[in-house]
Design a protein around this ligand. Structure first.
Ligand SMILES: Nc1ncnc2c1ncn2[C@@H]1O[C@H](COP(=O)(O)OP(=O)(O)OP(=O)(O)O)[C@@H](O)[C@H]1O
Length: 307
């Protein structure tokens, strides 16, 4: 068992931020913690990493109770908080050596741990560069390097891809996948597509409670798409679209983009739409499922959980 939380609850003042969070992670890979802003992701992660003391409940890292044996448990955790704890006036080497010492890496192993972490995160060529002179993407790599320098079993990354530009995003995802080959990663995001790109398993929280915990495939089956987005050069009229079996309403977003709402299987609907496009000369350029806004998914899940 890499991570287990039992009845984890926390309140700030008199307000519960998380309530009765139970999770068990026994497998390697990337596990996604998905939730809208304020759902309780950071609170949960801060507690798991020992940065915040929970009001109630227990955390076990690799079977060790975090409250009872914090030093032993923390050896098995690497943490990249939402705001990376970087020291801008240190060089990468100075900073990572400091982190290794904090994580109680023995003196004779610090040099090799440093080289390995830098190598894995692609920052070896920047060893003596001051952190303040690095781009956002490289700072994030240093943040990940400090989280793995002591080779923990569990690496916790709080919204690690937030604020990165498209190229940095691709690089960061690649790095996270590589790290996941040897560590279990718990990664939070409020962006469903980000989680689905990186994670095979997903834990979803809303208003401080777990509303879904299963594989990404199960999640995709669970969250049924009810609409489809289409872009065409010569779209038909609303009346024409409504004649197609299964389509129950139509919304034009622009004069070329339309969202159709349907009942039944989306495979059947897409076949019908493509056939109608060919027959009617709509010049279909794009068609894809619209999974809906994350808020709607949360609502759908919370209603099911409450029932
Ligand atoms: N230090 C604090 N004092 C009081 N309330 C807090 C504090 N930190 C968080 N909260 C509240 O607890 C709830 C959960 O916040 P948390 O930051 O854990 O959510 P989150 O899912 O990480 O959101 P975000 O993605 O916006 O960081 C929110 O209602 C938030 O306002």
């Amino acid at each position: 068992m890499i991570l287990k939380t039992e009845h984890l609850s926390h309140k700030y003042g008199s307000n519960w931020a998380i309530r009765d969070i139970n999770m068990e992670i026994t497998y390697p890979g990337v596990i996604g913690l998905l939730g809208s802003n304020g759902a309780g992701k950071s609170t949960t992660m801060n507690i798991i990493c020992g940065a915040l003391n929970q009001t109630e409940g227990d955390v076990y890292i690799n079977g060790i109770n975090l409250r009872q044996a914090p030093e032993d448990a923390r050896k098995e955790i690497g943490f990249l908080p939402q705001v990376p704890p970087l020291y801008p006036d240190l060089t990468i080497d100075e900073y990572l050596i400091y982190c290794a010492e904090l994580r109680m890496v023995s003196k004779d192993k610090i040099k090799s741990a440093l080289e390995e972490a830098k190598e894995r995160c692609g920052i070896a060529h920047f060893s003596s560069r001051l952190i303040k002179n690095l781009s956002g993407g490289y700072r994030q790599r240093v943040g990940i390097a400090q989280a793995i320098i002591h080779k923990p079993k569990l690496v916790v990354l709080d919204e690690p891809t937030n604020g990165l530009d498209p190229n940095q995003l691709i690089e960061a995802r690649k790095l996270i996948r590589e790290i996941a080959e040897t560590h279990t990663i718990l990664l939070s995001s409020h962006i469903l597509s980000e989680i689905s790109l990186l994670c095979k398993e997903i834990i979803m929280i809303e208003s401080g409670r777990v509303v879904f915990s299963d594989s990404m495939d199960a999640f995709n089956n669970y969250v049924q798409a009810k609409s489809m987005l289409m872009r065409m050069d010569h779209p038909p009229s609303t009346t024409e679209l409504l004649k197609i079996n299964g389509i129950n309403s139509v919304e034009f977003l622009t004069d070329k983009q339309v969202r159709v709402y349907f009942d039944g299987s989306h495979d059947d609907i897409s076949v019908r739409l493509v056939e109608a496009s060919v027959a009617g000369g709509w010049r279909l350029q794009e068609i894809h499922l619209d999974k809906g806004l994350l808020d709607d998914i949360f609502k759908q899940l919370s209603i099911q959980v409450a029932q």
